[in-house]
Design a protein around this ligand. Sequence first.
Ligand code: KIV
Ligand code: NA
Length: 278
Amino acid sequence: PKSMSTIRMKKMKADGVPISVITAYDYPSAKLAEEAGVDVILVGDSLGNVVQGQQSTLPVTLDEMIYHTKMVTRAVTAPFVVGDMPFMTYHGSLDQTLRNIGRLMREGLCKAVKMEGGAEIAHTVEASVQAGVPVMGHIGLTPQSVYQIGGYRVQGKTNEQARKLLDDAKALEQAGAFAIVLELTTDELSEQITKQLSIPTIGIGAGPHCDGQVLVFHDLLQYASPVFPKKFVKAYANIGDAIRTGIAAYVKDVKTRSFPTQEHAFHADLDMSGPLYG
Ligand code: KIV
Ligand code: NA
């Protein structure tokens, strides 16, 4: 299949063709996502939660993002791979920010980066785009600011909040972002932002009106049981159960000496009762 690009994504929006996005963090998950026909793979800093077992995305480092992004880009050809800029790696000087973005792009080999924030990071988005780096925006519930927001809660429920988020979306479009993730924004606000922008919106917990949808790999496949059930997630498989059942069968076989059997063993025609082995 043809490689996904920012131009194709914009055309998909114009044509009303939904964009499918999933997160992936390593070689096998990315390979399977490509084989399943996904358009875009996001190497999200959600790996802090679902891969590293941390309470938030804040501890994830640039080196860790590079490590995971490398594994994903090694695995795929057609999907467009976006790497997440981790907490506080794009808020210092523009110089340092561009150096960090450069590392993720050059070492991780992704085709774009994602940054959380609205109008307040528009100048950063603009500088990145001017340097030739496609930027995906991310507004609404931005997990890197969870302690400022005060929790994982739906965004845009007041006129003031909704107006601000609409302005943020426009500022990001103006700054040159090629798409914007809307996380936990109300259905009404997601629809309005999607209508008013020419670049695609990618929703997560943002209702059905976005131009595309993104879900976390481990959530949609039930890889590990979530800490709390999320209303916006739909489970499409239960690979957690499949893995647990498989491992339990292996453990049982080992304990009962049912595995391995002679069919898994190797042989050599040697006389091991001779003096050499005495
Ligand atoms: O890190 C992540 O997985 C994300 C998506 C949920 C948008 O930022
Ligand atoms: Na993220």
